[in-house]
Structure formats: structure tokens, C-alpha cells
Write a protein that binds this ligand. Structure first.
Ligand code: MD3
Ligand code: FE
Length: 203
């Protein structure tokens, strides 16, 4: 089901539902090598969302700021590679979203325990915004907030559930967005959490 949520933002509901278990199995392999961790914001707060990455680079934050790093600061090694299944599904979703030339080299993996949230923010660390971001959601549902180019702009809300994919390109790419605190619940594939993958192209 293809639905334009905002200019350039295409929701593919349940696009990876058939592959959800296989994708989560790939996430488990990544996590064995580069575990989930609560990173520290430049302001000194621990994020409620636990994160890891796979790919050529990973998104990291610490007292020095937000950036992409070729090395996992926790292991001192490279991040594990993006599994072919994940890569292929991200590329297929981007094609469906109108981006036939998207070749992601970063996958940020977010884990939301109950109560975890992500405040309104823009994704600007990639530097080249011509590439879209492809997101995939699993496990517990979450309310996603989508605003404008200014933090104070009004927001639209939508529920993201297991297998939903969103391609964020065009003018949606620099919009403010966030996730409200995840409500208590249980999902047979993830237990008491929500998992989100975002595929990005970073040079
Ligand atoms: C809209 N993640 O990792 S995914 C993030 O559910 C992030 O974990 C949220 O925001 C999550 O940066 C939201 C949907 C999403 C991802 C990237 C976007 C929406 C976006 C980039 C630009 C605009
Ligand atoms: Fe974001």
C-alpha cells in the first residue's frame, strides 16, 4: 500500500512484513558484534533510545557532537556490514518511493524500550540531502510526529507498526520529526520493544 504522507514522503505499509522475522534475525547478528548502547548527547544526557549501526559508517553521538564514524567507539572496530537482505529491501523501497539510484551505506538501528522516545529533530549529519532516508519499523507500534522546517511548525501524527517502510525524500527530507514515548505492550517478534532501521547514504 503506497501512500504519500507529505511531499516526497511515501509510506509503504507492511512492505517488509513477510521478511520481518528474517530482518530481526539479521539485527540480532549485528547486535552480537556491535551491541545496542545508550549514547550521550553533546549536552551530556543519555539517549532513551539504544542504538547500533551496520554499514561503512555509523551514526554516533558523545560529548564531541553528532557525526558518522567508520569505527564503532564501543568495540574500536568497523561496524558489521549491511546484510544483503536488508540492502536489497531498502533499495526496493527507495525505488517504490521514486529513488531508483539509492545505494545506502549506513543502517542506523534504534531500539525503543517502553517509554523511550525521540524528540523532534532534523537529520542533517548526512550532508547530502539529495539522497532519501528509508525507515523500517518492527515490534511495538509508535506514534510518529512529522512537522515542517522549523521546530515550532505544527505536526502531523501517524502510527508506525511492524513492517511499515517510509521513504523520506524530496522536501520531506529536512522536516522535523520524532517519536512519542512508546506505550507498554508486547509483540511476539520483539517482546517489549520497538525496533527501527534507517538506511542512509553518507560520503
Ligand atoms: C523524516 N528515527 O533515526 S524513523 C532517526 O523511529 C529517526 O527511530 C525515528 O528519526 C525512529 O533519525 C523515525 C522515520 C524517519 C527517519 C528519518 C527521517 C523520518 C524522517 C528523516 C527526515 C525526515
Ligand atoms: Fe531522524
Amino acid at each position: 500500500v503506497r501512500e504519500e504522507f507529505a511531499p516526497g514522503a511515501v509510506i509503504l505499509r507492511h512492505f517488509v512484513l513477510p521478511q520481518a522475522k528474517a530482518i530481526l534475525a539479521e539485527v540480532a547478528i549485528v547486535v552480537e558484534y556491535s551491541p545496542f548502547r545508550h549514547m550521550t548527547t553533546p549536552g551530556g544526557y543519555a539517549m532513551s533510545v539504544a542504538m547500533t549501526n551496520c554499514g561503512d559508517y555509523g551514526w554516533v553521538t558523545d560529548h564531541q557532537g553528532y557525526r558518522y564514524s567508520a569505527e564503532d567507539p564501543l568495540t574500536g572496530k568497523s561496524w558489521p556490514p549491511i546484510a544483503p537482505l536488508l540492502y536489497q529491501l531498502a533499495v526496493e523501497a527507495a525505488v517504490q518511493g521514486g529513488f531508483p539510484d539509492f545505494q545506502p551505506n549506513v543502517c542506523l538501528i534504534n531500539r525503543y524500550a517502553i517509554g523511550a522516545k525521540m524528540s523532534l529533530h532534523q537529520d542533517k549529519d548526512e550532508k547530502n540531502f539529495d539522497y532519501p532516508i528509508v525507515s523500517m519499523s518492527f515490534g511495538l507500534p509508535a506514534i510518529f510526529q512529522f512537522g515542517g522546517f522549523s521546530r515550532s511548525d505544527s505536526v502531523q501524527r501517524c502510527l508506525l507498526t511492524q513492517g511499515d517502510v517510509v521513504v523520506w525524500g524530496g522536501s520531506s527530507r529536512l522536516a522535523y520529526h520524532g517519536i512519542l514515548p512508546v506505550k507498554a505492550g508486547y509483540h511476539s517478534d520483539t517482546g517489549d520493544c520497538r525496533i527501527n532501521l534507517t538506511f542512509r547514504k553518507v560520503n
